[in-house]
Design a binder for this molecule. Structure first.
Ligand SMILES: [Zn+2]
Length: 228
């Protein structure tokens, strides 16, 4: 079974607001995430979630897919997509290509996602809280009681998060790594507040398939998936 390693470097053009909403102990509606060492991170779960969503946008309508995130609408609970097309099978049960790559309740993914960690931490200023106001678009005024706070990660222009082994593990077939890489090309914005201009960035990847460097996305491999 093919083994893959993907290195990711994420460079921000605007400050990110990353993390779970409503954390206790802070005024902020969003908080930056930190790992056990206190370093700012983009959590692995966010990398995985955004990447799966990007791959879904790319493949939806071209191949039969299930309907995340509700388990009862996902493989292997359903065997047809919304248009009535049969989902592919794996080990005798329905499993669409995205569940084969990213997993579902019935199929643990063999890919492992790892946190992206901030680089040049010593260049960072202290955290900042940004006040945001929710606007009523029709009346063009600020809505009452809709001031909210977002904690952005400390930011300087070109702030980077990276992990040389951001995605590791195995895929069923080599074409799956090309789907993952094509999905990475579609990721532009990270964390909360992106419609307020927060968290716009650029992803650079390097990838290895069974130890061999992959120089470019093989669009023929992706097309084969779409045609099969
Ligand atoms: Zn599925």
């Amino acid at each position: 079974m093919p083994t893959i390693t993907i290195s990711l470097v994420l460079t921000f053009a605007t400050p990110p607001s990353v993390g779970a909403g409503g954390a206790s102990g802070t005024l902020a509606d969003k908080v930056v995430a930190r790992n056990a060492h206190g370093e700012f991170i983009i959590p692995a779960s966010q990398v995985k979630g955004k990447l799966r969503h990007a791959c879904e946008q790319m493949l939806r309508g071209r191949v039969p897919l299930c309907n995340p995130p509700r388990a009862e609408q996902m493989c292997p609970q359903i065997d047809k997509d919304d248009a009535g097309n049969a989902l592919p099978q794996k080990d005798g049960l329905p499993c669409c290509v995205l569940c084969q790559i990213f997993g579902s309740a019935g199929y643990p993914s063999r890919l492992r996602f790892h946190d992206l960690v901030v680089t040049d931490a010593d260049l960072l200023p202290p955290e900042t809280l940004r006040a945001m106001v929710s606007l009523n678009r029709r009346r063009r005024v600020a809505e009452a009681q809709r001031l909210f706070l977002i904690e952005t990660a400390p930011y300087f222009n070109g702030l980077q998060f990276q992990n040389s082994e951001a995605i590791t593990g195995q895929v069923d077939q080599p074409s799956h790594i090309h789907i993952v890489l094509a999905g990475l090309q579609l990721l532009f914005a990270w964390g909360g507040g992106t419609s307020h201009g927060l968290g716009w960035g650029d992803v650079k990847w390097e990838a290895w398939l069974d130890g061999q460097l992959i120089n470019k996305i093989d669009s023929e491999e992706v097309k084969q998936i779409c045609l099969s």
